[in-house]
Design a protein around this ligand. Structure first.
Ligand SMILES: [Zn+2]
Length: 449
């Protein structure tokens, strides 16, 4: 019995593997010439960078609920219409509205020094007269737990060195709750980033209903290190913090949508893009105008070549990724009756592309690998397991296969969420390479799913 089962299993297994291999070989053969054309067209001008720089320079940072964001969206919609895409529209989304207001931080003793600071998104204000208190410097949550008795009435500074974003960001997200639980009156973090030129980083944070809310802000790594050195020399540190942040009622925003309708299966949708909102610092050039505009350039490349995808390829620039995720959630809800067959997001910067991180049915991996093998000219050949993105998360949780564009991330967190996230950090050719990689992935998935 056993050997027979094994033989049957092995033959079925190898037959399906053979089918997958043939399938992949067919994809490579059938689309080689098209892929070469897509890559050549995507790299042929610097329109994507020019458009990105125009939007960033003209309207500035695009925090949810701001005029800047809505004027940027108006401009993008008008440009998308000029490109003659189908169904260009802004889809309504209600977004949270956090306003930074005026804020500052300074060391009072042992010497007076301005500390560059950015309040973290969602933080409450300090009282009108600010908060002046002694500082307890800790390295992480464990050290705070050990020294909790010393935290009462103080400002806790988490001087946590950057390791990996997902790990280090916990101090930004949970720091206020942890410090307040130990009795602190405010909390500061060393900015989440591997490199600093006195550039504080903002970003999202959370409170819990059961824990006292205290102001929460980030200072530059240089100052965090200095304060840690002073504390280790047993110097008594006093800091003054002033913040006037407010959370106002929700405001109206939009997800930006444009598409090329499928010729054979228009009701099957492949969606891709990035997020159009940003933090209120710099001009959100990398995070995530880059992802949005590379995807836009990808769709334009398909259109310029007159390619007619079998299925509908839809570009979405989601709103409110940074401080609410309402764009991604509203999109998934509003389009729940449509059939999404594939989703792709670019929200890790648009540096040199390396490939895609993929989550989906196992039998799609050989297909994804075959498509990526054609991306040698732009270097985006790697398909790794695991990936996606925040805005396509709600679709992926319903089972839609999803991918995130992977790029050389060496410098991403140098600029992310800082005043230095401006167009000059981007390379026009690399944006085009990202666009080429996404155009090929979207078009070939549309043809071969
Ligand atoms: Zn982002």
């Amino acid at each position: 019995m056993k050997p027979l089962f094994l033989v049957l299993f092995l033959s079925v297994f190898s037959a399906s593997r053979l089918a997958a291999q043939q399938d992949s070989a067919t994809i490579v053969q059938a689309h080689k010439a098209t892929v070469e054309k897509i890559i050549r067209m995507a790299l042929s001008d610097s329109l994507a960078f020019k458009r990105l720089a125009t939007m960033c320079d003209t309207y500035g940072a695009r925090l949810s609920g701001t005029e800047n964001l809505e004027r940027s969206i108006d401009w993008v919609l008008a440009e998308l219409k000029k490109d003659n895409f189908q169904n260009v529209r802004g889809e309504p989304v209600m977004v949270p509205r956090w306003v930074r207001g005026r804020e500052y931080c300074r060391l009072i003793s042992p010497r007076v020094k301005t500390l560059e600071m950015l309040g973290l998104g969602g933080s409450i204000a300090t009282p009108e007269g600010g908060i002046t208190a002694e500082v307890l410097v800790v390295k992480n949550f464990d050290e705070l737990d050990e020294r909790a008795a010393e935290a009462k009435g103080k400002i806790v500074l988490f001087n946590t060195p950057f390791t990996e974003y997902r790990e280090t960001v916990r101090v930004r997200v949970q720091g206020a709750m942890r410090a307040a639980s130990a009795g602190a009156v405010a909390s500061l973090i060393r900015s989440v980033g591997p490199f600093s030129m006195n550039t504080p980083h903002t970003g999202g944070m959370t409170y819990a209903d059961t824990i006292k809310k205290i102001p929460h802000a980030a200072i530059a790594a240089e100052d965090a290190e200095m304060l840690a050195r002073m504390a280790s020399r047993k110097e008594k540190l006093t800091i003054e913090i002033f913040m006037s942040a407010q959370t106002l009622p929700d405001a109206a925003s939009r997800n930006v949508v444009a598409e090329i309708k499928g010729t054979e299966k228009p009701n099957e949708i492949l969606v891709f893009g990035g997020h159009i909102d940003s933090w209120d610092v710099g001009s959100g050039a990398m995070d995530d105008a880059g992802g949005c505009f590379a995807a836009w350039h990808a769709l334009l490349t398909i259109k310029r070549l007159g390619l007619k995808p079998k299925r509908t390829i839809r570009l979405v620039m989601w709103t409110n990724e940074e401080n609410g995720m309402r764009g991604g959630e509203t999109y998934a809800e509003a389009h729940k009756d449509e059939t999404h067959v594939f989703a792709l997001e670019s929200d890790a910067g648009v540096f040199k592309p390396e490939g895609f991180g993929f989550v989906g049915a196992k039998d799609l991996f050989p297909k994804a690998r075959a498509i990526a093998s054609l991306l040698e000219p732009v270097g985006a050949t790697k398909i790794t397991v695991g990936g996606g993105g925040a805005d396509i998360g709600p679709l992926m949780r319903k089972g839609v296969p999803g991918m995130g564009l992977d790029v050389d991330g060496t410098k991403y967190f140098w600029y992310h969420h800082t005043n230095a996230d401006t167009p000059d950090k981007l390379n026009p050719r690399e944006i085009n390479e990202c666009a080429a990689a996404m155009a090929v992935m979207m078009f070939l998935m549309s043809e071969s799913l």
